[in-house]
Design a protein around this ligand. Structure first.
Ligand SMILES: *[C@@H]1O[C@H](CO)[C@@H](O)[C@H](O)[C@H]1NC(C)=O
Ligand SMILES: *[C@@H]1O[C@H](CO)[C@@H](O)[C@H](O)[C@H]1NC(C)=O
Length: 250
């Protein structure tokens, strides 16, 4: 039997494909929108999304956060010049979500979590750390145990060029603590002496808190900024209504 192509079947096709395109879901399946902004649901759905979200969403141009790469990061400190190269940060997929607050009317969003992170790469450093003169370069590995972070975001709602509503980020601030322990493994802190390198490394680890406070902030700033820009990109791609089942406040 021949398939009859009538004007009305063409129209039907048009209508179907129109709705198909119009309603194609953009959010990946691991996004489980909450039906209310209760703490329990927000924490669970954020926790559910993290392990996959941090791997990036290539189809939407959302980059990976685990691993994420720091090509080059110079840390300007008085008396010490440290540069990291080809740094690779891993561990975000195992972050534990402690709290999520979403105040849609007030355009306010808070996320608290803790994670174990590892940063691996190369470094060079010239100057002084605490009392010690340093002139080194080599492999670097830094492990953070239970880094705790609270990110506080002021949001807004925007319409894309099709008139669809999206979350957007107005500004943010964050606070963090280095958690239970930071372990440094920096090879070759003194190019000339392995013994001295080992001694200084041991000293750095015994004083990890002071050391982390002295040169950790630029790295954390960099990571948070990257994470925020990733979330921002995600918001621009995925409509508001696919992220939460609560009407947009007016
Ligand atoms: C929201 O409600 C829908 C429909 O009742 C349900 O299928 C879905 O599981 C709910 N979402 C959550 C995260 O509880
Ligand atoms: C981090 O590692 C410590 C020690 O191995 C473990 O007790 C803790 O549960 C881990 N934290 C997370 C967020 O995975």
């Amino acid at each position: 039997m021949l398939l009859q192509v009538t004007p009305s079947s063409i129209l039907l096709c048009f209508v179907l494909s129109f709705f198909d395109v119009g309603y194609a879901k953009l959010a990946p399946d691991y996004i489980h929108p909450c039906n209310a902004t209760t703490r329990a649901c927000l924490v669970k759905s954020t926790q559910d999304a993290i392990p996959e979200f941090v791997q990036g969403i290539p189809s939407l141009g959302v980059p990976s956060l685990d691993p994420f790469v720091i090509d080059k990061l110079s840390i300007p400190l008085s008396g010490l010049k440290v540069t990291f190269y080809q740094g690779k940060v891993t561990g975000f997929r195992n972050c534990i979500v402690d709290n999520v607050i979403s105040e849609l009317e007030k355009r306010h969003f808070v996320l608290e979590f803790h994670c174990n992170l590892t940063i691996k790469g190369q470094y060079d450093a010239v100057g002084r750390i605490l009392l010690f003169p340093i002139n080194g370069e080599g492999d670097a590995k830094i492990k953070l145990t239970n880094l705790r972070m609270k990110v506080d975001i002021n949001t807004k709602y925007i319409k894309d060029d099709k008139g669809v509503d999206h979350f957007a980020i107005r500004n943010y601030k964050y606070s963090f603590s280095y958690g239970d322990r930071v372990v440094f493994d920096l090879k070759n802190l003194f190019k000339e002496s392995k013994e001295l390198s080992d001694t200084v490394l041991k000293f750095l680890n015994e004083n990890w808190k002071t050391v982390a406070e002295e040169f950790g902030k630029p790295i954390v700033d960099y990571a948070v900024d990257l994470a925020i820009r990733t979330i921002e990109k995600f918001f621009l791609e995925v409509p508001y209504e696919e992220l939460i089942n609560v009407p947009l406040p007016r």
